[in-house]
Design a binder for this molecule. Sequence first.
Ligand code: HDE
Length: 696
Amino acid sequence: MDRFDTTSGNGGETHQQVHHGGKETGGDDAHLTTNQGIRVSDNQNSLKSGARGPALLEDFVLREKIFHFDHERIPERIVHARGSGAHGYFEVTDPLSDITTADLFQRAGEKTPVFVRFSTVAGGAGSVDTPRDVRGFAVKFYTKVGNWDLVGNNIPVFFIQDAIKFPDLIHSVKMEADKAYPQAGSAHDTFWDFASLMPETTHMLLWAMSDRTLPRSLRMMEGFGIHTFVMVNAEGRESFVKFHWRPKLGLQSTVWDEALKLQAADNDYHRRDLYEAIDTGNFPEWELGVQVFDQAFADAQPYDVLDATKLIPEEVLPLRIVGRMVLDRNPDNFFAETEQVAFCPANIVPGIDFSNDPLLQGRLFSYLDTQKSRLGTANFHQLPINAPKCPVMNFQRDGQFQMTVPKGRANYEPNSLADNGEVGGPRECPMTGFTSFQGRADRDEQGPKLRIRAELFADHYSQARLFWQSQTDNERAHIASAFTFELSKVGVAAVQTRTVANLRNVDEDLAKRVADGLGIDLPAANPAAKKPIDMSPSPALSIQKKMLETLKGRQVGILIADGSDAAALKTLIADIEGEGGKAVIVAPKVGGVTLSDGSTVKADAQLAGAPSQIFDAVAILLSDSGTLMLLKDGAAVEFVMNAFGHLKAIGHTPEAQPLLYKAGVVPDAGVVAVDALAKAAVRRYFDREPTVRTLA
Ligand code: HDE
C-alpha cells in the first residue's frame, strides 16, 4: 500500500497529513490505488482494444504510472552527488555552557536527533564509493530551537581560500567538459592544470594525495567543520571554535591498489558497510571535539584562522571533547531522506555564529540557492527530512508544493486580526531570537571595498610542509606515489612541471621523488608568494601514528573448501568475534562445504564474488585436498596475493602453504598460524610494503 507520510515533526504550524489513507503494510484489505485513490483492478495489463489490438489512450492507470515514473529523478547535487546517510543522535558529555548559549550543548546526557550524510565530492550519484576523493561529512542537528547543520569534510582544510574560486575548482575536477571523463577522479589534466596554477591548493593537495582520501569505511573517518566558527556565551563573550569528529573505531584507510580493486569488487562498498553495520546493531560512533580560542590566540599564530587552507595543530591547541554522536538507524527510504536532505552551513542556532572566513561566507549563499534548483521549490524545508523538530511559525506563504494549510486572512506581521481580536500570530523576540555576533570595531573587519585577501593568506606552503613532516615514512611514500600516479595521467608536460615546482617549496625530497617517479627533470622552485616557515610536526595529522589496533568493526574472510578442519574453523570464528570482529566464510560454492568431521557449513560468500580486498584480514583454512583444488583457481591465488599485497594479516593452515607460495607470500610478522590470526589481524603490516611494490 502506498502511503506518503508527510509528518513534518513541526510542532507549530503542523502539516501532518496522510495524503493516501489506509494501512502502511499489505494485508487482505490493502488495495493498490492510483494517486487519486482509485482502486486498481489489474496491474499487469494495459487497456487494449481487443487482445491484440492497440493500447487505449484513456487508460489513466497506465498513463499515471508511466507519467510518475518518468519524473522520478531530480537533479543530482553538483558536488557531493554520491552519498549515504543515517539517523542517530548527538549526546552531550561535557556541557559547553561556559562558551556558548547554544541550547543543544547545555545539559550533560541530553540527546539531540541528527541525520548524517557522507559523500564523495567529484563523482556522480551512480559512481563508485572508493575513488581517491575527499569525503563529505554533513550533520543536521534537529535541536529544540531549530536546525543546526555542520557541513564538513573528512579533511580539516580546503583547496581554496575564497568562494569565488569554487566553481573553477569543481569544473576542473569533474569530468572534462568535452570528453565527459574521467568520472569521480582527479587524475586528469584539467584538475592538475588548475591546481598547479593555484598554489593555495598545495596544503590540501598533500592531504588529498594521502591515505585520508582512501578511507576503509565511513565509520573510520574523522570529520572537520574546517572553518573557524564563533560561539557566544551568556555574558556575550565570543570564542572562536573549530569542530572535529573523532571515530570510535579509529582511523583506517586502504592502500591505493586495494582502493582500485575495491571499485571492481563492490561499487557500493562504503554504502553497504555503513548500512550493514547499523542494521546489525554495530552503531558507528564519533566524539565531537572543539578547539576553542580567542582573538589573542588567533593573533599569535603564524597563519590566519580565517583561512580555510590552514589548521590549528592539536598539539598547539588540544581538543575539548564535548559529546558523542551515534548513528543507530538506517533511512527507510533513500530518496526521501538521503537524496532530499538539504544541508546548509547557514543553518545555525543562537549561540553559534559565522566567522569572516571568505570561503564560509560564500557557502552561506550557495547551499540554500542550490536546493531550489535541486528540490524545485522554496518549500523544501517542509520535507520530513529537512523539517525542524520544533515549531516553525512565520508568514512566509505559498510557493510550489506548499504542504501546510495556514488558517485566517492575516499573512503579515504585525497584525491584530487573530480570532480573539488581539494582536495575532507569532511575533519577534529580542530576548531569545537569534542575534548576530557584532564583531569588534578594532579588528580589521571593515574598510574600503577591495577585492583582496589578508596578508597571511599568502603563505601557501608552511602548513603543507607541516603535514609532510608529520607523516610516517610509509605515509610519505604513499603521498609521493599518489602525486606520481595522478600526474602520470596528465598529458600536458608543463602541468607536471609546474606542480613539481610548487612541491619544491614544500619539501625538496617530496619534489625529487615525484620528479623521479615521473621521469622528469627537477624544475626550479616556483617563487613563493610568502616564504614558508617551519612549524613543529603534529603527529595528530598522521593516520598511522594514531591508528587503533583493533578488530572492532572489521571483518575477516575465512577461505574454506571441502575437508577444512571443523574444530579449527569454530575456534577461529570464536577468536575473531572475541576481538569484536566479524567472520565471513568464503568458499568455492556458496551452498557450502563438507568439513573434516563430515559436517557441512554454508558459506557467506562465494570465492569469485568475495575477493580479499573487501576484508581486513584473511584466513586460508584449507586441507591438503582443498589446497590442491584451489591451486588451480585464479580467484584463490588472487585472494591470497592481494591480501598480502594490501598488507593484511594472513592466517593459514600448514596444508595451505603451497597456495601461499604460489601467491608469492613471503613469511613476515603478519603471516601466522590460523590460531594466532585474531590477534595479528588487529593491524596492517606497513613494513611489508617495500617488498610488494615500488613506491616513489
Ligand atoms: Fe560544499 N557544496 N561548497 N563544501 N559541500 C555542496 O550543496 C560549496 C565546501 C560540503 O551531503 C552543495 O546541497 C561552495 C567546503 C558537503 O548534501 C553546494 C563552497 C566544505 C556537501 C556546495 C563549498 C564543503 C557539500 C552541492 C566554497 C567542507 C554535501 C549540493 C565556498 C567544510 C552535503 C548541496 C550533502 C555540498 C557549495 C566548499 C562540504 C553547491 C560554494 C569547504 C559535505 O551548495
